[in-house]
Structure formats: structure tokens, C-alpha cells
Ligand binder design. Structure first.
Ligand code: 13P
Length: 306
């Protein structure tokens, strides 16, 4: 197995292991995230999304990359660029190509373009541009189809209403077309998952418990034929997560679960907040995701780790 991020995610996908991606909205969160991954001998992605330097304190692509260079551990981590929207959660147009081009230059190992607020054909067109760009760097591309809600500042419909109406869920026909025409490597799907709130008023609220439409996921798994990504990983019952892994989910994104303990403990100082992140991470890796020692399985041919 080669040890670039695409091969690692592919191995996870075919071995029924999930790779968690952890968002870093505050730079000091990164060290305890990496330490927990190492101590549990797990493999995960260190991620930053555009909204985390716009609305939180991750500072920017370069600051995250520099922090990563200080704490990284190549048997346990890779650096991923999460959500770069074409239209953001406040309905503003974003210069997504420039942001992703900068990340590629800085050495990010994988990138996400989020055209999910666009109609299908426009999403395909924007995503294809990024696939072409990233190919030049040998870097895999994740894209989203369907609406994983929660980041918007306005009120959401009730979770039950959302789940029952299947509003925004990814359709299998569109998924098939999207994967074929865009050439992406991993597909983020909307199947009942929602993001934790990021608006100033909602940040510390407990996230509603989300469910997964496993039947829809099975259809998407057949239609897409590539590794699938589950965003909104916080607050999904672990039973759903383990069933979802069997149905093609190879990567799961987690932000709120580690951000909230950090923010809660911050008044006691950065070390206390980092400690809270570390303990939450260990619990997550060991008990919820159950991926202790996943690094060993993913890197069986360790000699090829580079
Ligand atoms: P949560 O905040 O629900 O963990 O979602 C994180 C996410 O999907 C980031 O892309």
C-alpha cells in the first residue's frame, strides 16, 4: 500500500475501517488531537475548513500547515482541507479556486470543494475544475452532494421534520452522475447527518442527536462506487456509525465534539482546554469509533510509510 492519503482512505474503505477527520478551529487543539491519535495507535486526518479561520481562530491555511509541521506524526495523521464552499453558509460567493490552489501549494494531502449549495450541473462544473487542479499535485478531492445542514445562521427545521421529509438527502441517480462526471475521489453524502451549529449563539448548544438513513446509504454506496464521507460526526449514535462503515463510509468528520470541551475549559487556561480535548479524543477513538490500532491495519506494509 502506498502511503498517500488517497491510498490510505481506499484501504480503510475496503477493510471496513473508518478514518476520522478532526477540525481544528483553535491552533492549540491540534497537539492533543495528534497525541491522542498516537497514544491510541489510530489514524486520522487533521482538518481545517474555511469557516474556521473566518469565524474561529485557526488563523488560516498557512498557520494550520505550520502548526501541523510541528506536531505531525506520519503513521497517525495527514493534513486535509475541509469545506471550501463555492457559496458559503452566509450566501456569499467564495474564491474557492484560489483557496484550494494555495492549500495545494502549501502541501495539504487532500482537499474538499463544497459546491453543494449549487444546482447539480454547476456543482459538477466547479468540482471538475478542482479535480483537474489537484491532479497536478497528485492530491485526492472530496466533494459534497446534497445538503448537510447546520452551519447556516438562520433557524433550521426541526431535526425530525428534516429526517422524515428527507429534505436535502443525496439522491443515488445524482450521485452516480456526479461521481462519473466530476472525477472526484470521495463523496460526502447527506443521509440524515447534520453539522453542529457554528453561529455565535448556537456554538455551545448541545447538537440534536442525528440518525442515518441506512437504506439510502446502501443505495448511494452502490451508485457511487467510491469511498463515502459522513460529515456531522458529532452526536450520531455509534450503532449507526458502525452500520454506516459497513455501507461504504470510509471517513467521518468530527468538529463539535472536540471544540465544545475546548471552549468550555478555556477560561481555566489553554493546558486545561487541551487536556479536555485529549480525553474526549481518547474516548471517541477507543469507545465510539472503536479504531484503536487502526494505524497498524492501515500500514501493514509499514516500510512504505513515507
Ligand atoms: P460536527 O461538528 O457535527 O462534528 O461536524 C463536523 C463536520 O462535518 C466538519 O466538516
Amino acid at each position: 500500500m502506498k502511503s498517500d492519503t488517497n491510498s490510505i482512505v481506499h484501504t480503510a474503505w475496503t477493510s471496513g475501517i473508518v478514518i476520522p477527520g478532526f477540525n481544528i478551529p483553535y491552533l492549540p487543539m491540534m497537539a492533543p488531537v495528534v497525541k491522542a491519535l498516537r497514544d491510541c495507535n489510530s489514524f486520522g486526518l487533521i482538518m481545517v475548513a474555511r469557516l474556521e479561520w473566518e469565524k474561529f481562530e485557526s488563523k488560516g491555511l498557512r498557520a494550520i500547515r505550520d502548526e501541523y509541521e510541528k506536531v505531525k506524526d506520519i503513521k497517525h495523521t495527514r493534513l486535509h482541507l475541509d469545506h471550501v464552499p463555492v457559496i458559503d453558509e452566509d450566501n456569499r460567493l467564495v474564491d474557492y479556486e484560489a483557496i484550494i490552489a494555495e492549500a495545494l501549494e502549501l502541501g495539504y494531502g487532500s482537499v474538499m470543494i463544497d459546491g453543494s449549495r449549487l444546482p447539480l450541473l454547476e456543482n459538477i462544473a466547479s468540482t471538475s475544475k478542482i479535480v483537474k487542479l489537484a491532479k497536478g499535485y497528485g492530491v485526492p478531492v472530496e466533494a459534497e452532494l446534497g445538503a448537510v445542514m447546520g452551519h447556516e445562521s438562520g433557524p433550521l427545521p426541526s431535526y425530525e421534520e428534516l429526517f422524515i421529509s428527507k429534505r436535502g438527502f443525496t439522491s443515488q441517480d445524482e450521485a452516480k452522475q456526479f461521481v462519473i462526471e466530476s472525477g472526484i475521489n470521495w463523496l460526502s453524502v447527506a443521509i440524515g447527518n447534520i453539522h453542529g451549529a457554528i453561529s455565535a449563539v448556537g456554538r455551545q448548544l448541545e447538537k440534536p442527536k442525528a440518525r442515518i438513513d441506512l437504506e439510502q446509504l446502501a443505495l448511494l454506496n452502490n451508485a457511487a462506487g467510491i469511498p463515502l464521507v459522513l460529515h456531522g460526526g458529532t452526536g450520531i449514535d455509534s450503532d449507526y456509525i458502525h452500520k454506516a462503515i459497513k455501507l461504504g463510509i470510509a471517513k467521518i468528520n468530527v468538529a463539535t465534539a472536540i471544540r465544545q470541551p475546548y471552549e468550555r475549559l478555556l477560561p481555566q487556561g489553554i493546558p486545561a482546554a487541551q487536556d479536555a480535548v485529549y480525553h474526549t479524543m481518547v474516548e471517541l477513538l477507543r469507545n465510539e469509533l472503536q479504531i484503536e490500532n487502526s494505524a497498524n491495519i492501515l500500514f501493514k506494509q509499514t516500510s512504505e510509510v513515507k
